[in-house]
Design a protein around this ligand. Structure first.
Ligand code: UT7
Length: 330
């Protein structure tokens, strides 16, 4: 059995946060944000909307588009760094409950911005080993709940949203996910971190006062490692599979910063029409960014059955991953 990506769906919350809005909140400017990141807007979930609500809406679209019944799903994986609940239950369990699915395995993956590719790799392994036939994978984030809106170095970057896909068993090799590479290097653990409220530094008045339950980032240092790692990763996966950059229909990188995306696309000598860029609209939505970008070109009618996608992600941990995936949806 091979594993095929059968469908894509996404959900974007309705509240838009513009650079002009942020100018009123912190010492920043539309000019700085645009020049350094390419971001113009990001979307923010309602107060009573949790990560599982976002994930649920994306999942419903992916299930409908895969043309399968909910009961056919035999594994649910949710990648997130902004779970509904701190330790338990998992956001995957909450989404399963809201979908009305029980008695199947459901678990979360914590791999930050690489989470969707980690989930895809897990789904592929479960399907190829015969342990699952239809896997629902989700990348969902309510990052606005873990961002300090007084910290101009991070609050301008992140947004909320969710993307989901169905990965199914197939005997048709031409539909199969070709290859996935995932990796991590924990030596950089403190470059992107929420320092407080874990067992390393349990929640306390001090932790709350220092705002250590929010995302902290060594932005410039992360930027440099991100460009190098993302580039090496895609060069390697293409070489390993004897595929040229020109053979890729859609390069869908994690949407962190347009300067990072441009640097990687230039290193691969890709044409602008091959590169999917949604960062200006959605900002950085961590594990949701790749499936949201994939959904964007699907809804624009640009993603067709058989198109070859190259996915590439990098995030906290550090974690990273790349994947060569033909689109097997309709
Ligand atoms: O998603 C996971 C992976 N994430 C990434 O890959 C993100 C990687 N990092 C980045 O995208 C960029 O490093 C940032 C967009 C976060 C920052 O851009 P930068 O060009 O690396 O700027 P910087 O951090 O070196 O800061 C340059 C200056 C500093 O001022 P001084 O020290 O030069 O006076 C900052 O204080 O810009 C200042 N600054 C700001 N100014 C206006 C930082 N944030 C802002 C802001 N508005 N929002």
């Amino acid at each position: 059995m091979y594993a095929a990506l059968r469908s894509i769906g996404a959900y974007v919350p309705k509240n838009v946060l513009t650079n002009a809005d942020l100018e009123k909140m912190v010492d920043t400017s539309d000019e700085w944000i645009t020049k350094r990141t390419g971001i113009k807007t990001r979307f923010i979930a309602d107060k009573d909307e949790s990560t599982s609500d976002l994930g649920l809406k994306a999942a419903l679209k992916a299930i409908e588009r895969a043309n399968i019944k909910k009961d056919a799903i035999d594994l649910l994986i949710c990648a997130t760094i902004s779970p509904d609940y701190f330790c338990m239950p998992s956001t995957a369990c909450m989404i399963a409950k809201k979908l009305g699915i029980a008695n199947i395995p459901a678990f979360d993956i914590s791999a930050a911005c690489s989470g969707f590719i980690y989930a895809l790799a897990s789904a592929k392994a479960f399907v190829e080993s015969g342990m699952a036939k239809n896997v629902l994978i989700i990348g969902a984030e309510k990052l606005s709940a873990i961002v300090d809106f007084t910290d101009r170095t991070t609050c301008i970057l992140f947004g909320d949203g969710a993307g989901a896909a169905i990965v199914s068993a197939t005997e048709n090799q031409s539909e199969a996910i070709i290859d996935i590479n995932i990796a991590a290097d924990g030596r950089y653990y403190d470059y992107l971190i929420t320092p407080g409220c874990g067992t390393n530094k349990p929640c306390s008045q001090e932790v709350l006062k220092e705002k250590e339950c929010f995302i902290k980032m060594k932005g410039n240092e992360t930027f440099k490692v991100a460009v190098k790692t993302l580039t090496n990763d895609v060069v390697e996966i293409l070489k390993k599979n004897n595929i040229a950059g020109q053979d890729i229909d859609h390069f869908i990188p994690h949407q962190a910063n347009y300067r990072i995306l441009n640097a990687v696309a230039n290193a691969l000598d890709l044409n602008p029409h091959q590169v999917v860029m949604t960062v200006s609209k959605y900002g950085n939505t961590s594990s949701a960014s790749i499936p949201m970008a994939m959904n964007e070109i699907y809804e624009e009618g640009r993603l067709q059955y058989g198109d070859l996608m190259l996915l590439d992600a990098f995030g906290g941990g550090f974690t990273w991953g790349s994947a060569l995936v033909p689109f097997a949806g309709r």
